[in-house]
Design a protein around this ligand. Structure first.
Ligand SMILES: Nc1ncnc2c1ncn2[C@@H]1O[C@H](COP(=O)(O)OP(=O)(O)OP(=O)(O)O)[C@@H](O)[C@H]1O
Length: 348
């Protein structure tokens, strides 16, 4: 299969030894949405910048729409649409004028640019707002215009960098529907970065979980979740226990595996979470560890992240994952072999 995006072993170190990418590899096929999911600082934007020719990698290779990003950046740029985190629209110009200008920048004649602008205004439900200055737009309307701007020149590959950050639930849902249509009807290859687990779960056919500059797991959301046999049992302790003590106590509970101790939050897996819960609480009690709350849940992408990155997604986000100069491998099983299993061998 010819990939629309193929990146292999990307490495990028910024000044002061900030290792933003540490051997990241991804592929995206035509008509496919790949969700690049990771907490703040994981390396998602740097990946997008390399693939859109804005930043040079220190090592690794990448082709986009069949063109090498280092050797043919001009061709790559013509083949891609980019919707950056921060809107590039002129706030004082109208939505229509922004679209027409974008068309002219891509070499369309005046009539063709106006025709394309009208098409996109219609398609993205912007016809009513078309003549108003962009600064009067709501967040959702502005974001729809940003996507329309990325599509003016009919790209083959679309990069969406956190497309729904800051949008209200209704605007997010409508953006999700539009993105799904772009991959479905228009067969665009879409690389979407997000730090919303639910967004990746809903929208992406495949998800690559990025942590500290590398892909730690990749597959369909269902395959990734399906790999986690059984239920997740989460216990929130009144205060953070000593890790060896908590591990030892939980390790004695029959049928319990994949123990993660993350401050006051303890997590294990069990085939039948509800049946295991009393034993888990009793073991903690015996060890003098006071549980404040406990939940049993079917696997979520958060559990997938926890398994491969060794910490909870929200915590990594808050902590600003930050760079690791030469960090240790994540906790858990061999990320690469499991990731391959999740995708039937297709993971990179
Ligand atoms: N121009 C730069 N100079 C120095 N360090 C940088 C630069 N750009 C990014 N970094 C650092 O590289 C790491 C990865 O950043 P990147 O923006 O790629 O992550 P991200 O996953 O996109 O995060 P976010 O969701 O916050 O955008 C972070 O530690 C960031 O601080």
């Amino acid at each position: 299969m010819a990939y629309a995006i193929e990146a292999e072993g990307l490495v990028k170190t910024y000044p002061d030894d900030v290792r933003a990418l540490d051997g990241l590899s991804v592929t995206v096929g035509p008509g496919e949405i790949l969700g690049l999911l990771g907490p703040n600082g994981a390396g998602k934007s740097t990946t997008v910048k390399i693939l859109t020719t804005l930043v040079r990698p220190d090592a690794g290779t990448a082709t986009v729409a069949g063109h090498d990003v280092l050797r043919r950046p001009d061709r790559v740029r013509r083949a891609i649409g980019v919707v950056p985190q921060r809107s590039g629209a002129d706030p004082d110009a109208s939505g229509r004028d922004n679209l027409v200008l974008q068309g002219r920048l891509y070499g369309l004649g005046g009539t063709a640019a106006r025709r394309r602008a009208a098409e996109l205004l219609e398609r993205f439900g912007l016809a009513e707002a078309a003549s108003r200055p962009v600064r009067t737009y709501s967040g959702g309307t502005q974001r729809r215009l940003d996507v329309a701007l990325g599509l003016v020149h009919r790209p083959e590959v679309l990069f969406l960098d956190e497309p729904t950050t800051g949008l209200d639930p209704e605007a997010r849902a409508s953006m999700w529907a539009e993105i799904a249509r772009l991959a479905g009807d228009d067969a665009l290859a879409i690389l979407l970065t997000t730090h919303y687990l639910d967004e990746a779960d809903r929208l992406a056919r495949r998800v690559a979980i990025v942590d500290r500059g590398r892909v730690v797991a990749e597959g369909t959301p269902d395959a990734l979740k399906g790999e986690l046999r059984g239920d997740a049992v989460h216990v929130e302790c009144a205060e953070a226990p000593a890790e060896p003590l908590a591990r030892e106590a939980l390790g004695r509970v029959p049928g319990v595996r994949d123990i993660v101790v993350d401050g006051p939050r303890l997590s294990v897996r069990a085939d039948d979470g509800a049946a295991a819960l009393p034993g888990v609480l009793a073991a903690l009690d015996q060890a003098g560890i006071l549980a404040a709350a406990a939940t049993v849940a079917r696997p979520s992408l958060d559990d997938v992240y926890l398994r491969y990155a060794g910490r909870r997604f929200a915590q990594a986000n808050q902590a600003d994952a930050g760079p690791l100069p030469a960090g240790p491998p994540p906790a858990g099983p061999s990320a690469e072999s499991s990731a391959r299993a999740a995708t039937g061998g297709g993971a990179r």
